[in-house]
Design a protein around this ligand. Structure first.
Ligand SMILES: Nc1ncnc2c1ncn2[C@@H]1O[C@H](COP(=O)(O)OP(=O)(O)OP(=O)(O)O)[C@@H](O)[C@H]1O
Length: 623
């Protein structure tokens, strides 16, 4: 990149950082009164500091020249009082902003969390979790600090410098102009610094996100790391990232050191020049000693407001980047939602039919779960290259009350197809209907009530066993919970130390894989859903437990319309019919026996599974 384009890029980044900071206004608005009051108090406190040189001038030209001890004591008391008032005012400012700004941070964090829950699965597939974590923690902390300190002090320092300059010019305008001479070069230097610092600050904050991802993966995958003895390679990867972050932080420190050095040296030179000129004027009798003392004291009082500008600008840049990173996530579109007003209401004849026939209504052509010309491709990756279609022209009808097994080679698209029913992903073309209703036109809340899912990888939350199961239907009663646990053969929970109140630990890691799967299955069936989607939910069970779960599941499946991904013949036998998925297309539909006869691929898949199951059983009996 050429220097010019780097500068243009940095300048536009600067503008976008300011725009991002302005977007904080809705959050700041409710606390604006406190924030402005705090800024006002800080300005008063800071300007009080500028009165001190004027008291000094009075003391030098008055009591000191007249050798009046009483006057000196009076001056000293005035200085003490000014110092105390200044300190109290700064303390009051801090008290004014602390509580409301903690509230702003909490509100922004809550909004981010709420938004993350509503973003589509495709977003979460794309974004590393560490990047999201760092935006919800470090970046929000930087924004709170920005509102508490740099934002206020940018205003306070600017006002103090303006008032101080006015006092300097009024006291002795020639010396004042000498002191103001470095202003223009300093402004130019600051803007170059800001542009460069913006780029490095963004790089550092992104690297913190990458580092968080690696730490999180290392902690969550600690069993694999230990199991494969990968400590060293993990440490090396971590060290490489920390090394890169260290380099970036050093770049930041170098830039800061440079600007700070210049901001300190240039005004010192100007003060030195003013001191020399002032002393000559006092010697010539053109200036009183008191005025020179006051002039230099004012100049020295302005040192901190001037010197801190580099540091404050750096904090503002970091806050701009933090805000940009926060709104990058907040700007991602949430899942499209059909509202109660726009949702297509359930057709009256369907409601009537259901009322008449109970749950097992409408055997007709429309009922059940239907895929009509469904195609799906995952969103294109970072490089923008179009992804290949995973599912193409899927036409499949699962009749009301029917259980359909979905069988296919690994990678054929079974999980993807099941994820389309609860709309974890949106179909690329075609449509899916539940009892004739297009799920794309249904309120998500209603869709989730109708459809329950259990995935091969059972995800549990750090809550009690009961809470995890009841996630499937929070209003279910104890009887429903018991029934669900029985169906899933999860009676083991009653032997846990606190029964269903036992905490399962982070991601349920205090339980075995098979136990977690059974709880996930219980969660899926607890609400007696009209439609059940199970993605190979019995894969981690031994053959005996699997047989028990299947026997109990048979009763549940009779009451619902189900799509069950199956790898083993025993699971397939739960189903009324089987659909064979081959490279993203439905290759055949029929009963298990029909497909065994008519489809070589199906027979081959089942033969492999049978051999595996037989081997597993043999191993089990030998143990
Ligand atoms: N989040 C994703 N982003 C991009 N491609 C994906 C994603 N998830 C799956 N795929 C791809 O989609 C294809 C189908 O994957 P899917 O998990 O649906 O297969 P499957 O039949 O369920 O496999 P298995 O039996 O091994 O679980 C695979 O080629 C996979 O690489």
């Amino acid at each position: 990149m050429t220097d010019t384009s780097a500068a243009t890029d940095a300048a536009s980044r600067n503008r976008s950082a300011v725009r991002s900071l302005l977007r904080l206004w809705p959050y700041v608005r409710p606390v604006r009164a406190r924030l402005f009051s705090a800024a006002f108090v800080a300005i008063v406190a800071s300007c009080l500091g500028l009165v001190i040189p004027l008291v000094l001038k009075w003391m030098v030209d008055g009591p000191v020249t007249d050798r009046d001890p009483g006057g000196v004591w009076l001056g000293a008391l005035a200085l003490l009082a000014l110092g105390i008032v200044e300190a109290v005012l700064f303390g009051f400012r801090r008290w004014l902003v602390a509580r409301p700004l903690a509230g702003v941070e909490a509100a922004m964090r809550a909004d981010l969390y709420r938004h993350l829950q509503r973003l589509p699965v495709a977003f979460h597939d794309r974004w590393p979790s560490g990047q999201l974590l760092s935006r919800g923690t470090t970046d929000l902390m930087l924004l709170r600090m920005f509102l508490a300190f740099p934002l206020t002090f940018l205003l306070v320092n600017a006002t103090t410098i303006l008032v101080g300059c006015a006092i300097l010019l009024i006291q002795e305008w020639t010396l004042g102009l000498v002191l103001l001479a470095p202003v223009l070069p300093l402004v130019a230097l600051c803007s170059v610094f800001e542009a460069r610092y913006a780029l490095v600050a963004r790089r550092a904050q992104d690297q913190v996100g990458d580092l968080t991802t690696v730490v999180e993966e290392g902690v969550l995958g600690i069993r694999i790391v230990k199991g494969f003895g990968r400590h060293q390679s993990q440490s090396l990867a971590f060290r490489a990232l920390t090394g890169r972050l260290r380099g970036t932080e050093l770049d930041k420190a170098r830039l800061l050191a440079g600007i700070w050095g210049l901001i300190m040296t240039i005004p010192e030179l100007a003060i030195g020049a003013a001191l020399v000129l002032g002393t000559i004027q006092v010697a010539d009798g053109g200036l009183s000693a008191g005025t020179l003392v006051a002039f230099l004291s004012t100049a020295l009082a302005l040192r901190w407001p001037v010197e801190s500008i580099g540091f404050i600008l750096a904090l503002c840049q970091e806050a701009g980047t933090a805000s940009e990173r926060y709104f990058e996530v907040m700007d991602e579109p949430e899942e499209t939602e059909v509202t109660a007003e726009t949702a297509r209401p359930e057709r009256p004849e369907r409601v009537a039919a259901r009322d008449r026939d109970g749950d097992e209504d409408e055997g007709g052509d429309e009922g059940g779960l239907r895929f009509e010309g469904v195609s799906f491709r995952y969103p294109s990756g970072e490089d923008g290259a179009a992804s290949v279609p995973v599912l193409a022209s899927i036409d499949l009808h699962i009749r009301p009350g029917e259980t359909m097994a979905l069988v296919g080679a690994t990678g054929s698209g079974k999980t993807t197809l099941t994820a389309l029913v609860p709309r974890l992903h949106e179909v690329t073309s075609g449509r899916i209907t539940l009892d004739g209703e297009d799920i794309a036109l249904m309120e998500r809340r209603r869709l989730r009530e109708l459809v329950s899912v259990a995935f091969e990888e059972p995800t549990l939350f750090s809550a009690s066993v009961g809470e995890n199961v009841l996630m499937g239907r929070p209003d279910a009663d104890a009887e429903a919970l018991d029934r669900a646990l029985d169906v899933a053969q999860a009676g083991f929970v009653r032997d846990l130390p606190d029964g269903i109140r036992t905490e399962v630990g982070e991601q349920g890691h205090s339980l075995s894989g098979g136990q977690r799967q059974r709880l996930a299955l219980a969660r899926a069936v607890v609400g007696r859903p009209r439609f059940l989607v199970l993605d190979d939910p019995l894969s981690a069970l031994d053959v005996h437990t699997e047989a028990l779960v299947e026997a109990a599941l048979r009763c549940v499946l009779r009451e619902t319309t189900a799509l069950v991904v199956a790898h083993r013949p025993s699971t397939v036998l739960l189903a009324d019919r089987v659909a064979l998925l081959s490279e993203g297309r439905i290759a055949a539909v029929g009963t298990h026996q029909e497909l065994l006869r008519s489809s070589g691929e199906y027979a081959w898949l089942m033969a492999g599974a049978e051999a595996d199951a037989g081997f597993g059983a043999l191993e089990g009996s030998e143990r």
